[in-house]
Design a protein around this ligand. Structure first.
Ligand SMILES: C[S@@+](CC[C@H](N)C(=O)[O-])C[C@H]1O[C@@H](n2cnc3c(N)ncnc32)[C@H](O)[C@@H]1O
Length: 279
C-alpha cells in the first residue's frame, strides 16, 4: 500500500465516524508511525509502505475510530509552542488556557516570583510560565499522582526540574507557603452537564479533571478561599472558569477580598479566565 492510499482510507473511515479532523488525524497517525514530519508525508505520497507500518497504522486508527483523542494516541499535545507529554491521567491542554498564560506573561512584571499552580495536570501552565519568567520558581499540586508523574517528566524534558516542585496534595491541604502568583485551571463542569460533553472528552479525559460538583464551583471556591492565606498581599490569582460562571465567581472573589483586574475571553468569546489581586 502507498502513503496516499492509506491516508485516503484512514481519512474516509474517520469521516464516516463524523470526525471533523479526519484528514489531519490520518496524516498525524502516519507521521507518528513513520517518525517523519507531516510535511514530509505530504510530499512522499507515492512511497510504498512496509506491512508492519500498515499494521501499526490500522491499530492506531482503530483507537481514533473509537473516539480516543488524537493527543492520547500520539502521547503529546502542543501548548504554548512546546510539546507536552499527555496520557489518560491528564487533561489535554486546551488552546483557551494558552490565553491565560499569554495574559499573565503580559501583565506580570514582578521579579523572581514564586508561583503555585493548583491542579497542574500535565504541568502545562506552570512550566510555560517558568520557562518565560526570569528567576521564577514554582510548585504544581494535584490530587492525581499519575498526572504529577507526567508533569515531572515534562519538567525534565524542558530542563525546568530545578525550578519546579510537584506536590501530591489537594488544595485543602496546602499550608505554610506565601506565593506571589497563584494560577489554576480547576475542574469546573457541573455534574449534570457531563453527559452533554463529546464522547472523546467524557469517555477518555479524567473525571477528576472535569467535574466541579453540582454547580461546577466546588474546586473554584476552594482555590479562592485557600488563596486568601497562601497568596501574598497584592499577589495575583488567575483562574480559568466555565461558561456562565463569571458573575458568581466575581462575587466570591469580592467576598474574599480580591479585586478583579482582567476578564479574558476565549476563542468563542465566552469569559474564560479571571485575574484578580488580593487586597
Ligand atoms: C482541568 S484539569 C487542569 C490540568 C492542567 N492544569 C491544564 O490546564 O491542562 C484540573 C486538574 O485539577 C486536579 N484537581 C482536582 N481537584 C483538585 C484539588 N482539590 N486539589 C488539587 N488538584 C485538584 C485534577 O486532578 C486535574 O489534574
Amino acid at each position: 500500500m502507498y502513503i496516499s492510499q492509506i491516508i485516503d482510507l484512514g481519512s474516509k473511515a474517520l469521516k464516516e465516524k463524523k470526525i471533523k479532523s479526519h484528514m489531519l488525524d490520518a496524516e498525524l497517525i502516519l507521521s507518528e508511525i513513520l517518525k517523519i514530519s507531516r510535511e514530509k508525508i505530504l510530499v512522499s505520497s507515492d512511497k510504498k509502505l512496509k506491512d508492519t507500518h500498515v499494521l501499526s497504522f490500522n491499530k492506531l486508527l482503530k483507537r481514533r475510530l473509537h473516539s480516543e483523542p488524537i493527543a492520547y494516541i500520539l502521547k503529546r499535545k502542543e501548548f504554548f509552542s512546546k510539546n507536552f507529554y499527555v496520557n489518560k491521567n491528564t487533561l489535554i491542554p486546551r488552546p483557551d488556557t494558552e490565553l491565560l498564560v499569554e495574559k499573565i506573561l503580559k501583565v506580570y512584571k514582578k521579579k523572581n516570583p514564586y508561583i503555585l499552580d493548583i491542579g497542574t495536570g500535565s504541568g502545562c501552565i506552570i512550566l510555560s510560565l517558568l520557562q518565560n519568567i526570569e528567576n521564577s520558581r514554582g510548585v504544581g499540586i494535584d490530587i492525581s499522582k499519575k498526572a504529577l508523574d507526567l508533569a515531572k517528566k515534562n519538567a525534565q524534558k524542558m530542563k525546568l526540574n530545578k525550578k519546579c516542585k510537584f506536590v501530591h496534595k489537594p488544595i485543602e491541604k496546602i499550608y505554610g507557603y506565601k506565593f506571589d502568583l497563584i494560577v489554576s485551571n480547576p475542574p469546573y463542569i457541573p455534574v449534570y452537564q457531563i453527559k452533554n460533553l463529546s464522547k472523546d472528552i467524557k469517555q477518555f479525559e479524567p473525571r477528576n479533571a472535569l467535574e466541579g460538583g453540582n454547580d461546577g464551583l466546588d474546586v473554584i471556591k476552594k482555590v479562592i478561599y485557600k488563596s486568601t492565606t497562601i497568596l501574598k498581599k497584592n499577589g495575583l490569582l488567575a483562574i480559568e472558569i466555565g461558561n456562565e460562571q463569571y458573575k458568581k465567581v466575581l462575587q466570591i472573589l469580592n467576598l474574599y477580598g480580591f479585586r478583579n483586574r482582567f476578564l479574558i475571553k476565549d476563542y468563542q468569546k465566552n469569559i474564560r479566565c479571571l485575574i484578580s489581586v488580593l487586597k
